[in-house]
Design a protein around this ligand. Structure first.
Ligand code: ZN
Length: 359
């Protein structure tokens, strides 16, 4: 069994966009409901949120961007951009989301937990140094890049040399990619719906990093309606092989659940089985001593895959019964396109930069 804790706090309900907005407090309410109903909260230690300092946040974001968010919230504005809403307490809540991601890392490094799941909002992976990243039209519901702030803390404050971020949200983490593009101490791997068919329109295979970071940015853009079959191959052939090679001291996961087949905002085809497969991969790395532990940092997820996907990951780690759902199979065309992307990742990244040959 894997030791696991959760970081959650009611403060995260106070970032409160208009009721019709998909990234609302109801998301976390559903997650907590699911975890409580299935008995997880009685079994797992739940830690309160911790607030980030401005210093923590400005390791990633420009000071004037942080001030801009603070001013916008203080002015009573409801929007930063057409996608991204704010409310009276959003600045404060965003600091707690960032601080809790750091706190999750400390649970793994100092408190002996193998895994920590940080159930926070607003999400973060679209936020770049100065806001919207890589030409994206909006911040995509994000204010501060929680996972990036945690990674920077691990490198700059805790002195780690190798941190990996595996981002399985349906959308490309353009903010995270931008922040670590020239940095090899943070390996970024993202699986997402092809940017030609989804926000934010980036995340192609040839975006491999630059300078010191060349080869340490790995994108796997998948065709719409990709099912568990192809996704399983991506996990085994790309994500797992690279992580075993890199051996991150801590593995961070940008944990979005919007690639689930029933998500209303996207067009992917994963079932809950793919989330269990991710948990298996993480457990394998921990059990083999290839990483000290893993911190899941919540990103998106707007449908029934969110609460049930999170439950299944936690249940897998702590040995509780999984929610069953039929495995999904990609159509022949999607399978062909998806496997072509895997070939391209080998050709353009894994072979030249990692010496990993196709298998
Ligand atoms: Zn997303």
């Amino acid at each position: 069994m894997t030791s696991l804790c959760i970081v959650y706090d009611d403060i995260f309900m106070k970032h409160n966009p208009d009721p019709y907005h998909p990234e609302g407090p109801q998301r976390l309410a559903e997650v907590i409901e699911e975890l409580s109903r299935r008995g997880v909260l009685a079994k797992v230690k739940v830690e309160r949120a911790v607030k980030a300092s401005l210093n923590d946040v400005t390791r990633v974001h420009y000071e004037n961007y942080v001030e801009y968010i603070q001013r916008a919230v203080a002015s009573g504005a409801r929007y930063i951009d057409p996608d991204t809403q704010i409310s009276r307490e959003s600045f404060e809540v965003a600091l707690y989301a960032a601080g809790s991601s750091i706190y999750g890392c400390e649970k793994v490094l100092d408190k002996g937990f193998d895994v920590c799941f940080v159930l926070e909002r607003p999400p973060g992976h679209h936020a770049g140094r100065a806001g919207a990243a890589l030409g994206a039209p909006t911040l995509g519901f994000c204010l501060f890049n929680n996972v990036a702030i945690a990674a920077k803390h691990l490198i700059e404050v805790r002195g780690l040399k190798r941190v990996a971020i595996f981002d399985f949200d349906c959308h490309h983490g353009n903010g995270t990619q931008e922040i670590f593009y020239r940095d090899r101490s943070v390996l970024y791997i993202s699986t997402h719906q092809d940017g030609r068919t989804a926000y934010p329109g980036t995340g192609f295979v040839n975006e491999v990093g630059e300078g010191e970071g060349e080869g340490y940015n790995i994108n796997v853009p998948l065709p719409p309606f990709t099912g568990d079959d192809v996704y399983g191959e991506v996990l085994e052939k790309v994500v797992e092989r690279v992580l075993r090679e890199y051996k991150p001291e801590v593995l961070l996961l940008s944990a979005g659940f919007d690639a689930h087949k029933d998500d209303p905002l996207t067009s992917m085809g994963l079932s809950l089985n793919s989330y269990v497969k991710i948990a298996e991969l993480v457990k394998g790395l921990i059990d083999k001593g290839m990483t000290r532990g893993a911190v899941f940092v919540l990103e998106g997820g707007y449908g029934p895959g969110l609460a049930r996907g999170i439950y299944n990951i936690i249940a897998y780690f702590i040995g509780m019964p999984l929610i069953e759902e039929s495995k999904t199979t990609s159509s022949e065309r999607v399978k062909r396109e998806g496997l072509k992307v895997v070939d391209e990742v080998y050709e353009k990244v894994l072979k030249p930069y990692w010496g990993i040959e196709a298998c």
